[in-house]
Design a protein around this ligand. Structure first.
Ligand SMILES: Nc1nc2c(ncn2[C@@H]2O[C@H](COP(=O)(O)OP(=O)(O)OP(=O)(O)O)[C@@H](O)[C@H]2O)c(=O)[nH]1
Ligand SMILES: [Mg+2]
Length: 477
């Protein structure tokens, strides 16, 4: 059985055919939509100046390739991608690309962007990639880097961004909110995560990350000086107190017992001293830079964020196709009547393709997994619905279900438990009792107090379960 094309491959073909028409020949937006549909998921890091976007990027690409500094630094958009792409077409001639291998290479392209809250010209580049501009949708997913431990002051901007990327389906998860510089927030990171997750109303994903420690661990900055400094600090009673002492105080206590520069090197990779007592305790007995570096990486929670991004990449077809269709709609609205009519005719075809392809079921599966849709049902019942919603597409495409669905659930640990519901019971459709799903979700839908989104998803689950039961009966007879 040959695999059915992904929806984004269908969109790319439509764009290519449109580009062959003299009325649309060479249109840069169409060219980029076609390119985007053939590339890994484009994820853009956005946020204010100096929130640590480039530092986070370096952590994600495991190399010190993006310049970072205390003052405003990044002035243009740069895309980082794996070696499987050579010279990929980019959304805009002003963008750059860098080839490098990294854990998520091949699954996502990561874009670093200029910070937003500055009077310089730099933010223009970023704003074009956000709402209401010619490049809106050229990134199908966003990592919004915030600092200060709160999201409320950004709520409006995030809702706006969500509105600009909302497709025909109630999409969840293409906006990831990262609380950065958590070392500077006077609150335990678990508490930040709990509070902020409770504060956000829309379907954002959320992770709190110490990107400074993550970048240090992955760029070789955790060296023997760091091991020696931690060893020395471990002997100081002041480090074992309730609150962390300031770096100045530590420098006084250490005096000349450490070679010059060692404590400064530690400060540069740890940031505010708040996490120092925990770090000192966690690295007790570790004698090599490799072991300490591994501990930095664990504490930084970068893997939580990577789990979220990997989960997005599993649904790359959903996110990229949604962004591409929205771009085509906006393009049609900008064009003169005759070329616009050509684009609109293709859009009609594509909307039908999106519905028949099962993308709406994938979107529904995400809602069950990441929101309160299905609340009151057991984890097992929700997992069964997700498997049913996803599996038919995988069968139709002749491929396996997404990796995140089949891989064994990660053991509960501080690194993964915060990923936002990724610990659900994973199943394959073959293991699912479609009759039981039908009964439970029918009862769920019948509750008069359900909101419309839950009801819509329940209706899809029920329809899919019925379909599954019919198919199984046909196979058996
Ligand atoms: N304390 C602390 N400092 C950090 C952290 N991450 C980054 N920094 C520092 O914050 C400063 C800004 O970091 P960048 O990564 O350059 O920030 P950016 O958001 O890319 O800034 P622009 O490119 O100017 O928009 C640098 O001095 C970093 O070392 C963190 O987790 N904790
Ligand atoms: Mg930067």
């Amino acid at each position: 059985m040959s695999a059915a094309p992904t929806v984004r491959a269908v969109i790319a073909r439509h764009c290519q055919e449109l580009l062959a028409d003299p009325l649309l020949h060479g249109d840069p937006t169409l060219r980029d939509i076609a390119a985007q549909c053939r590339q890994p998921l484009r994820v853009l890091l956005v946020g204010n100046v100096s929130t640590g976007k480039s530092t986070l990027l370096n952590a994600l690409i495991a190399g010190p390739l993006a310049a970072t500094a205390f003052e405003e630094t990044t002035s243009s958009v740069t895309w980082y991608h794996g070696p499987e792409l050579t010279d990929p077409p980019l959304p805009d001639p002003g963008h750059r690309s860098v080839t490098t291998d990294f854990p998520l290479a091949g699954r996502v392209m990561l874009g670093d962007s200029p910070g937003l809250n500055t009077l310089s010209d730099n933010p223009r580049e970023t704003l074009r990639m956000l709402g209401g501009s010619d490049l809106t949708g050229a990134a199908a997913a966003f990592v919004c880097v915030l600092v200060g431990g709160r999201v409320d002051q950004w709520a409006e901007g995030l809702e706006e961004l969500a509105a600009f990327s909302a497709g025909p389906f109630d999409l969840v998860g293409n906006i990831v909110v990262v609380m950065a510089k958590v070392d500077e927030v006077d609150e335990a990171v678990d508490d930040i995560e709990r509070r902020v997750s409770g504060d956000t109303t829309t379907t954002f994903r959320f992770a709190a990350v110490n990107q400074l420690m993550a970048a240090a661990a992955r760029t070789g900055a955790v060296d023997d000086r760091i091991v020696a400094a931690l060893d020395r600090l471990r002997t100081l009673p002041v480090v074992h107190g309730r609150s962390a002492p300031a770096w100045d105080r530590l420098a006084e206590e250490v005096g000349t017992s450490l070679p010059p520069g060692h404590l400064k090197a530690l400060e540069q990779v740890v940031g505010a001293p708040a996490w120092l007592p925990a770090l000192v305790a966690a690295t007790a007995g570790m004698t090599t830079a490799g072991a300490v570096s591994e501990q930095f990486e664990r504490m930084s929670r970068i893997r939580t964020l990577e789990a979220v991004l990997s989960d997005l990449a599993d649904d790359s077809d959903l996110f990229t196709s949604t962004a591409a269709v929205l771009r085509l709609r906006r393009l049609a609205a900008r064009l003169k009547p005759r070329p616009a009519a050509l684009v609109r005719a293709r859009l009609a075809d594509l909307t039908a393709t999106m519905h028949t392809s099962g993308l709406h079921r994938r979107a529904a599966a995400r809602l069950v997994r990441h929101t309160d849709v299905g609340s009151g049902l057991t984890e097992h019942e929700r997992a069964a619905a997700q498997a049913l919603l996803r599996w038919p597409d995988a069968e139709a495409e002749g491929g396996a279900p997404p990796a995140s669905l089949l891989s064994p659930a990660p053991p509960p640990s501080p690194d993964t438990s915060a990923a936002g519901g990724d610990t659900s019971d994973r199943k394959t459709a073959a293991e699912v009792d479609a009759g039981a799903v039908l009964a439970r979700w029918t009862a769920y839908e019948a509750d008069p107090f359900r909101d419309s989104r839950s009801r819509e998803v329940a209706a899809l689950v029920i329809e899919t379960a019925r379909h599954r039961l019919r198919t199984t009966r046909q196979e058996e007879s």
